[in-house]
Design a protein around this ligand. Sequence first.
Ligand code: OGA
Ligand code: MN
Length: 285
Amino acid sequence: MTIKVTKLHSHFAARVEGIDIATGVSDDDFNALRTAFEEYSVIVLPSQDLDDERQMEFSRRYGPLEMMAPHLANDSNPQHISRMHNEEPDGSLIPPDDDRMIYQSANMIWHTDSSFKPVPSLCSMLHARILPPEGGETEFACLRAAYDALDQGMKDFLDDKIAIHAFANTRRMVGGKLNDWQKKNLPPVRQAIIRSNPVNGRKALYTGGHAGEIEGMSKEDGAALLKELMGHITQDEFVYAHKWNDGDLTIWDNRAVLHRGRPWDGTKYKRILHRTTVAGDGPTA
Ligand code: OGA
Ligand code: MN
């Protein structure tokens, strides 16, 4: 098979056709896909027929999978699948004001997956299983274009800066606290603010909802600068909104984009997507 790459946004994101994971992806096609991933940061593979096993197997070609932390909305088994969903075991809808939905609403804050871990994720793969007829898009913001657009003074200032990322930051934003497991296992971590892609050298402005402070700055000044950077990153020019189709598998580079889920009417519609998360290969700072 030969793959066809169609750009989805002027700065990043591409749809890749000609890949059918269910029937097998040759090494050549996989390498072409991997090259497209390094270049475009967000890849949409339409019409993929996947169950959890197949999704995990394909994801592992990118590297080892992260384990999902135990939490109240994570009822998946095995532990390498993270379910974004509003479905009770009996098939009915989980009400939007249920604690499990409030827990998951943190996905609607701009973030990059696992930046609260000492080694943050390389990429995530999210597969659409059941979609609402409207709403529930996933938005992506290009951290490379955002970096490129900074003035030179800010680039120089940020060059060696380290941000402190903590899972507690995004929990707090949705009015939640850490459970005992999270308290013990997810202490704040240091992450470089500027990350270079190892293949093409492109620099990315690495921050997101988990980032709360900047080393060497006062709490207030660091938080204010992070807020300013988030406003810069998430302006329309740098954002691609993905409107899901049945069977889409979206692969995004957690080193180079932020993402967030968008609301939908959870009193009427189901939304179920399954995520695998590929681990990164080392600390950023
Ligand atoms: C995720 C996530 C957003 C969404 O799966 O990591 O943040 O649109 N999802 O469901
Ligand atoms: Mn996420």
